[in-house]
Design a protein around this ligand. Sequence first.
Ligand code: FAD
Ligand code: FES
Length: 422
Amino acid sequence: MCVLVMVQLGLWSAQSLTLMGHNRRQFELSRKLLKQQIERVMEKRVAQASQEPVTTWIGYRTFVVADVVQEATDIVSVYLRPEDGKAIPAFAPGQHLTLKLPVPGQANPIVRCYSLSSAPLPDVYRVTVKAITIPLPQSSETEPKQFHHGLASHFINRSMCAGDRIEVKAPAGKFILDETSKLPVVLLAGGIGITPMISILQRLRETDNGRMALLLYGVGNSAERVFYSTIKELTDATPNLHAIHCFSRPLKTDVINQNFHVQGTVSIDLLKQMLPNNHCQFYLCGPPAFMASIHQGLVQWQVPPDRIFYEAFGQASIGKTKTASVKTSATIAAQHDQLAPVTFKKSNLTVPWSANHDSLLELAEASEIFPDSGCRAGSCGTCETALLRGNVTYPQGEAVDCSPGTCLLCLAKPNGTIEIDL
Ligand SMILES: Cc1cc2nc3c(=O)[nH]c(=O)nc-3n(C[C@H](O)[C@H](O)[C@H](O)COP(=O)(O)OP(=O)(O)OC[C@H]3O[C@@H](n4cnc5c(N)ncnc54)[C@H](O)[C@@H]3O)c2cc1C
Ligand code: FES
């Protein structure tokens, strides 16, 4: 009996073990199938997502700093990834982002614009920021020199690190490569004005349609230059892209025709030496003095206004003359009463409007009033100011986003007599 039980138990155990083994195999098989099914669903979703058009966003969206990379003395690149992990839209070469920055010691976040400094990347944006330091006027020669350290640019260079969260507006701006034209492209960059040019150059490399392009890049010396290897890679890989590096203060280690080409600044004379004629599109970005002199030189060289594109990184620097005025025309001038007075209430100042200005912001700056501004293109909202009396007009087709009773100074022109809260 006992033997019988033992045999049965043995048989049962053997059966159970076989069954257990069979069940485990079944289980493993089902697990594998399930895994494959999940993978197939995920692949399908990824494929669908990559086909879905990525739309832009309205207002601010939270981004996380993915990396901060030192490019040169006082210049860093910041890589920004959306916190929600969703796709980000591509942008036109030359456009910028508007950032809202929590600068310590400031009552409100500081809003500043920074050009996108690369071609569109899959899930990250890159901007490149120079920490600006401006000497303050001295009341006497004996007084120690004092400096203004740019609020946002110093915060980004000195304090920003991976993991920080900031608010970002979608890519915007009208300083973009005109891809409808076949004319040669001349990119004129002074200092940190190189940032939008990199994204433009990368776009020209990408399209590689034989369109000629020349970059003239002016900096002090190799310690201040950024993206040298990127520019070299792009020009080496594309026969129709060329770059000339100009150093105004070369270091002892800088050797002409080795790591730079011209000792001096980017100037209109240099441009005339390089180009056979002025039948090109000119794109300018750099410090105020650079912008003013190049723009004036181009106008004197009879370059038509619609072939000059520029991005001012700070207050208006291009002195407008009747011929130099890029956007004003006889028609627009006729629409605006040139002598209509504009009153800046807080500043207790009334000045006549003039069609030489493109916006109320330019008129204010020309009158030594410096309201806050960011993009200077109607996208960041920084210059929104209460309109106390009268009406303003905006360029045709411009989608203006501001509260009732206010105006965007960077776009607005007076429509008759007005009073603004400035
Ligand atoms: C479309 C666009 C794209 C841009 N792209 C780039 C880019 O790619 N890279 C980049 O580095 N910058 C770029 N800029 C410039 C950038 O937006 C900021 O203007 C710059 O970083 C300086 O900001 P900040 O807060 O550091 O300086 P701020 O503190 O605002 O000082 C800036 C200016 O204000 C004046 N100022 C303010 N306070 C004082 C004071 N107490 N005393 C004296 N002067 C004072 C100075 O004239 C000074 O030039 C861009 C600007 C625009 C509009
Ligand atoms: S400065 Fe950005 S909206 Fe006017």
